[in-house]
Write a protein that binds this ligand. Structure first.
Ligand SMILES: Cc1cc2nc3c(=O)[nH]c(=O)nc-3n(C[C@H](O)[C@H](O)[C@H](O)COP(=O)(O)O)c2cc1C
Length: 216
């Protein structure tokens, strides 16, 4: 996939992965490429912990146990933005064949976040607690570069802020230093082509919605 425009459009969130192992060479190449992401003062503030194999399985067990017991600790969306989550939910669950009123199936689908949608690899993305917004932005640029590099190598990804809802579990299981804030996870693996939800390309607003040309 040499064409950059195609690559950007090809990346989309994958919510069911095959159990096929991810070759370390592909991970290493992608991680090396992502190091080229720009960052404020070239701090390169991303801290990335990668779990596969037994570590990943243990993390999944711990997260699933906790997710079945207690709600995640996540900041509430401000009121005016809540409709975005509802609209996305309708698109994502609709593509999975789950009806709006089917609360039980929705709950099962939400739980799948905590088993990384079956992905054999999960990356946990952290930043130092004393850094600010520009540095969060730098980590975002890193994450997008990493996901594009993985996409280019035939892998699927899903960025998962939901994992940060159980930060204590992640800290204990992965021995994360106290000065690091957990931003999100990234599920990484080969896409299950038979899962209808994986073919969803959610809509985007027209450019004019976000961008204003300040013509004279
Ligand atoms: C910071 C961030 C956090 C996200 N967290 C989750 C998540 O916890 N669970 C999930 O299923 N998708 C999550 N997503 C995926 C978004 O829902 C998705 O990127 C968005 O709807 C656009 O769809 P696309 O990625 O398929 O283009 C997250 C994406 C980002 C960038």
């Amino acid at each position: 996939m040499a064409d950059f425009d195609q690559l950007v459009k090809a990346r989309h969130s994958i919510r069911k992965f095959l159990s096929t192992p991810v070759p370390r060479t592909l991970l290493n190449e992608s991680l090396a490429l992502a190091q080229f992401a720009p960052s404020n003062s070239n701090i390169q503030p991303w801290h990335v912990l990668i779990a596969d194999g037994v570590r990943r399985d243990r993390l999944k067990e711990a997260l699933m146990t906790e997710a079945k017991r207690a709600a995640p600790v996540v900041p509430q969306l401000p009121e005016e933005f809540k409709h975005f989550r509802q609209e996305l939910g309708a698109e994502v669950y609709g593509a999975m064949g789950i009806a709006r009123e089917d609360k039980a199936s929705r709950a099962v689908a939400v739980l799948r976040n905590y088993e990384f949608f079956g992905a054999p690899v999960v990356a946990i993305i952290c930043i130092h607690q004393d850094l600010g917004r520009a540095d969060d932005m730098s980590v975002g640029m890193y994450v997008q570069t990493l996901m594009l590099a993985l996409t280019e190598r035939g892998l699927g990804t899903c960025c998962e802020v939901s994992l940060a809802g159980y930060s204590d579990i992640l800290r204990t299981e992965l021995n994360i230093q106290p000065e690091l804030v957990i931003i999100c996870g990234i599920a990484i693996g080969y896409t299950d082509p038979d899962f209808p939800g994986n073919h969803l390309h959610v809509g985007r607003a027209p450019v004019e919605h976000n961008v204003v040309y300040l013509d004279s």
